[in-house]
Design a protein. Structure first.
Length: 164
């Protein structure tokens, strides 16, 4: 008998989510799949299925959620929330799942790289002398290569290095 699902399931996960923004109404979901039928991302990538993510969350299969790419495909457009008959705040729930995935060390490599750029230079896309030369050539002033105000928000935090 395959007992992998009970081994992976965390029965407290739905309670944990219920305390987070967007998770308050998750238990009201009755799997009508209206969110999936509405989602513009599902229309271009049928592997992205918000109702499936909610079902996995209700079953407590958090590692399956955190290790998949799917939560990262949500664009937070709020289309699903407009039509959910149960008032589940799906976009905020997706953001909460992304935040929990980062906390648990499961951020995808591209997101980790962006986080480390922001922590290191205060910018997602670093500005270097080459960029400034191009700006100057177009009559634009040079920009500072790092943004100290943003870097200050992360003071005391280490780089995201943990791999799942
Ligand atoms: S639309 Fe709402 S109730 Fe229906 S599956 Fe999605 S979250 Fe659940
Ligand atoms: S908020 Fe996310 S899950 Fe909801 S419709 Fe938009 S892309 Fe799809």
């Amino acid at each position: 008998m395959d007992n992998s699902i009970p081994d992976k399931a965390d029965p407290n996960f739905r309670n944990e989510l219920a305390k987070q923004p967007g998770g308050e109404s998750i238990s009201a979901c009755f799997m009508c799949r209206m969110c999936t039928a509405t989602c513009p991302i599902t229309k271009v990538n049928n592997k992205f299925n918000p109702s499936r993510i909610i079902r996995l969350a209700l079953f407590g299969l958090k590692k399956e959620i955190f290790t998949s790419d799917f939560i990262w495909l949500c664009s937070n457009c709020y289309a699903c929330q407009e039509r959910c008959p149960q008032g589940v705040n799906i976009p905020e729930l997706m953001s909460t799942l992304k935040n929990l995935a980062v906390k648990e060390g499961y951020a995808p490599p591209g997101t980790k790289a962006q986080m480390n750029f922001i922590k290191g230079e205060g910018r997602i896309y670093p500005i270097d002398e080459f960029d400034n030369k191009k700006r100057n050539k177009s009559g634009l002033p040079s920009l500072p290569t790092s943004c100290e105000v943003v870097k200050g928000l992360f003071s005391g935090e280490k780089d995201s290095e943990r791999d799942p």
